[in-house]
Write a protein that binds this ligand. Sequence first.
Ligand code: KIV
Ligand code: ZN
Length: 513
Amino acid sequence: MSDVRSIRIFDTTLRDGEQSPGCSMNLSEKLEVAQALINLGVDIIEAGFPIASPGDYEAVREIATNFRGATICGLARCNEKDIDRAWDALKHSDDPRIHVFLATSAIHREFKLKMTPDEIIDRAVRGVRHAVQYCDNIEFSPEDAARTELDFLCQVVEKTIEAGATTINIPDTVGYATPLQMHRVISTLKERVPNIDRAVISVHCHDDLGMAVANSLAAVEAGAGQIECTVNGIGERAGNCSLEEVVMAMRVRGDHYACDTQVVSNRLVPTSRLVSAITGMRVQRNKAIVGRNAFAHEAGIHQDGMLKERSTYEIMRPEDVGFEKTDLVLGKHSGRAALADRARELGYRLSGEQLQLVFEEFKKLADKKKNVYDGDIRALINSELSGAEDALWSVVSFKIQTEKDQPPKARLTLRRGDQEFTEELQDGDGPIDAAFLVTEKITGVPLQIRDYTVQAATLGHDAQGEVRISVEHEGELVRGIGVSTDTVEATVMAMLDAVNRITSASGASETTE
Ligand code: KIV
Ligand code: ZN
């Protein structure tokens, strides 16, 4: 008989994650992430906040209607209109959950809600009762619970369970709690709330002080049965509890926590990469579990130890979290099936048409490069997926010349539909700046560059450069990714990706003429 307690993983990448700056996803991207989360084995997917926008409503409805294998949850504030809207989006799921929240801390009661404690309890109870009319799986969150007076928190929790809440989620909304405090909050609820056994206790920690994972684990040690988290820890401000870290902490240290989840751990890296590619939020190299360096050993002493006995310097195997044991090398003799297989292993679902486009680019690259690594393939797919559907502009040719003490000379030809446009200029602070200026001149779309990064997609002197940019256009941040063995070309491609996103989002089709 096993004493291992099963902890539910409630993934809120599509709601709390998506609501963080620069992380917004379109519908098809959200569906792709939802499928990846199902494959990963999460128990609950919080698919969005239906009243927040028509896009959120549509995403929750599509996911609720079409996805099976996890509970699908929608968020609502504690009022009838929000709850009705959430239910309308969720009603076609075979396993729906309505998540109702209302702030309870003194600071929120006084300054945000201007409500007394009694009014808060009354509103919370009415909200939960309203939701219960629709479905029997109701989660209630006293927002800012970690800063709420414990006596009052106990009262709110008791009354909302009495009203029908089946999960009580304890958010540390502002990332202020410490592990010991979180442990005390959960223990107190278990001791003092008479009907607490009728609900699962959940925890939802933000990472403002870098303690979201530690706080979630402390809550689990005190008896919480559900953890709310996001892939790569994305989310408001410093983010949420990181799914991969909390899951692997329980798995690797099962001896300590005596808890586990249903997560298929070797899907962690592909899922992390998918979310990173879609949101444009890069994963730091040294991030635990999924960072590129998480299993890299540089020091000679470590390498020596690893060769003698892996467990000298590794507490888990890279394969267990989805890193390739060896970087699979594809080359110019590899076929479409091998590429499709690799793409699937890397966490991508490509349509036949997308695979064809990626395959054509793969063949061109394999001609230029002897070995095509997983990182190259990921970069190719990201680049194709980001622009393939609505690509309006594409690069035909470019030439940049630089000379000491002279502004660079740039000549660029772009294609749009069946027309080609060429511009030349001698301007800019360097070749990259010249590439920006000449691209802007042709497309006529003004862009303010807010972020520009370039990094090698793989190892080796023939590595492809992956350029990611974030540009501001009419007050909105738009991402662009470009990949090429030439960094300047990758820059132009990233700009065009951003321009194509802007023009396809606005439905614009005017030319520069
Ligand atoms: O951080 C928070 O309090 C939330 C709630 C809506 C659960 O995201
Ligand atoms: Zn949150």
